[in-house]
Design a binder for this molecule. Sequence first.
Ligand code: PEP
Ligand code: MG
Length: 958
Amino acid sequence: MLTLTSEDVLLDRHADDWRDALNQAGEALVEAGRVAPGYRDGLHAREAQSSTYLGNGIAIPHGTPESREHVKTTGVRVLQFPHGIEWHDGQRVTLLVTIAAQSDEHLDILRQLTHVLDRDGVAERLAAADTREEIITLLSKAPVEARLDADTLCLGFPARDRFELALAAAARLRQVGSVDSSFVAEINTLEPVALGQGLWLVSSAQGVITPTLGVATPEQAFSGPKGPVNAVFCLAAQGDAHRGLLERLGSLLDAGDGESLADADAATLLARLSGESAEAETARATVLNAHGLHARPAKQLVQVARRQTMPVKVRLLEGSAEAVSAASLTKVIGLGARRGQTLVFSAEGDGASEALEALVAAVRDGLGEHVTPLQEASFEAPVDEDESLPAPLEDDVAHPAVPASPGLAIAPAFVMRTPRFEYPERADGLDDTRRGDSDAQLARLDAAIREAAEQLRALVRTAQGGEVAEILSMHEEMLDDPELREAAHESLSTGTSAEAAWWSAIDTAARAQENLADRLLAERAADLRDVGRRVLGILCGVRLPTPPETPYILITDDVGPSDVARLDTAKVRGLVTARGGATSHSAILARALGIPAVVGGGERVLTLANDIDVIVDGERGRVIPAPSDERRSRTELRLKEHEMREREAYAARHEEARTQDGHRVEVAANLGNTAHATDAVERGAEGVGLLRTEFVFMAHPEAPDLDTQIAEYRQAIDALDGRPLVARTLDVGGDKPLPYWPLPQEDNPFLGLRGIRLALTRPEVLETQLRALLTAAGDRPLRIMFPMVKDIAEFRAAREIFDRVQAEVQAGDVQLGVMIEIPSCALLAPSLAAEVDFFSIGTNDLTQYTLAIDRGHAELSAQADGLHPAVLALIRMTVEAAHAQGKWVGVCGELASDAQAVPVLVGLGVDELSVSARQVPMVKARLRELTLEVARQHAELALSQSTGDAVREALEAL
Ligand code: PEP
Ligand code: MG
């Protein structure tokens, strides 16, 4: 939640242009100690992807996910530009809300700002504000909405009059922690008023903790002395938080739908009260985007909704969200939908199904972002009780998991399982040693609380300050909370066991906490449960797992933010989780902490025994329990060497890469943004081996014109200072959609209209891009390649356009090539090699199409290994065909920086490796350690295997 202080606001700033303003914003975050200077590039890179302008004069610059490593602490700096700045998308910006966020906190900030966007005149007031406080007040006012969800419903209650129903609903509100007992007492004195159609309302503001609407329906609708009773609404009122809900209730009555609520189930009732009409068709879609529906995917969703012939509404299944127009950007962002949550779309009339289908498909396809399916899906399959225990992992075998945070670690396992607590609900069901009346239960509970507090104090003392100690002290304070104790005491008096009374108090408080709009506060619910378990453990005589004092590999189901904050990073050498994908919270946090991690290893990882040694390979995505002595010594050696080599590689980054016997391999950088070319050169790149030009197109609301493109390409070519640039022409479609180039719905977009096939449907776009590239290059070395080419015919069609432009522009040093990404192209390489100047192998796509595994698939992508012998055979065919014609071959997919693959690729004869800039020094270092002969042995060995795993095993054994 955005909690601004006056230091966060910088008034009356002036900037020459938007770039200057963005630099000032970055500088402000640096000065505030929130980020390192490198974050500024992240702000520019993010802006190059698409504008962060939100509306009402506000832009919310934030860094790219890659730049998060520069974030020290999450925070915001607000810069006011009273005279306005023209933003690069033509909007006028008067306020920059600049965000330094380590994960998806910016979603909350966005969500809150959408309410500012809805308010008339707020832009002018923000621009004119002359005190920081005024800006804070304008930005920080978050509306509170009354809660209504499945837990606040009390359906099918066996009541005989409306008073009883009102009381049942009030009692439910108390159970969920929205009100205290004075509310229930007050409702007892009130008479429900008739709303019509058998609906009744009773309301009070007495004892309200969280504004909430409770609903009670009778087991069977009945008629009382004042008319039919279908449902009683019990409102815990606070301010006007309930206004929206009551308005929707009013519309429901206007539509005459009141009676239908009598026997509605929870889902239907919530749907009606969200504003979804009874006639509407609905469809659900799970949000897969790693950072939820933030501005960019939300924009895409809105565009799809606007293309439909009828209005479409959308609501969030979780929570009491109102169904809002899917065509309103602020409303859609305002849902605050996160990955894993469900969107419910609704529409009415002819063609509603098609409209809903289009929206569901758009969400499923990631709304312009690369998405991975939810890992959890694999856990939903029902399991036979007897078979529910997964088979243990075999010793000394590499088990695949999703690589989440790079690095290698070896240490004893510490498996953190949530312990099972078993206790009876009633005190008289306890065993002899624990049985006793309510006083005895009270004494047991108090003793357990005291012991837990003592444990926590001891832990705080040993935690030696820092975030871990802070969290533990907070737990200690939570234990001291008189309300928790009181709530437990109340149920003890009714004969409940100390265990059940305590857990019910904790659970109620935690649920109330979870419903708070403030996400950080809501996350404290996990802490409450943690504290609760500590006391429960003492009461039940169950010991909580205590991490060892010595370094260990943490193995757990999944880790939440507070778990990670508690991790002592000096002791946790590696992390393995059963659940979660590469974009899950645990993965993001592990990367931020620099802990080697693999995630989504499946429940089998939880069968590992404490203290057995485990190897975690965060690069290859492997967990190896109980490694053999041989494997263990190899790993330990690798670890030591790695650190030293990194240092040496960086020092030698500007030197050429030659094998020990003098074979030269060029190492270039892959770029997604021309602004990063200088950085690539600084890291030792000998050129750019792949410029993904899509970013220029994605950064604009329509295809960028010639001058814009020339300026972009020239920036990279200038920075390269005579080094070659390999630019790939526009590669969109499939997993790289472009909002202003709408494509018909395709069942399988990975095999559909994409890459060069798509570009050839609009030759004028390709022509402009080629003209821009040639103009920007002049006499400097430029290589152009076409993506996703399947055969010579496609290459010729594209070359025809190139020849036409070249005849007019005549750049001095140009070569024309194709990317080898489709198996057909590798198989037909001899025919292509005769006409192209070079090949660059895109192993990411080549692997996906050869193995028929979607490269983004959460569970299968670990098997989409570019070292699969089938892929290697295609690479060999490509190289042989090219060399026979005197042409060169590069590899620009991720395989080019894979440590095991580098010798294999060199052995296969690849002439150039293009890798991410950060990897350049290490790849060069690896090349220098090789001889061509050894590389050829690696290649032969790899080609003689029959699976990807066999290749890796064989190479590792060398
Ligand atoms: C590839 O497919 O290997 C490649 C480099 O292109 P991209 O990853 O951009 O599809
Ligand atoms: Mg590709």
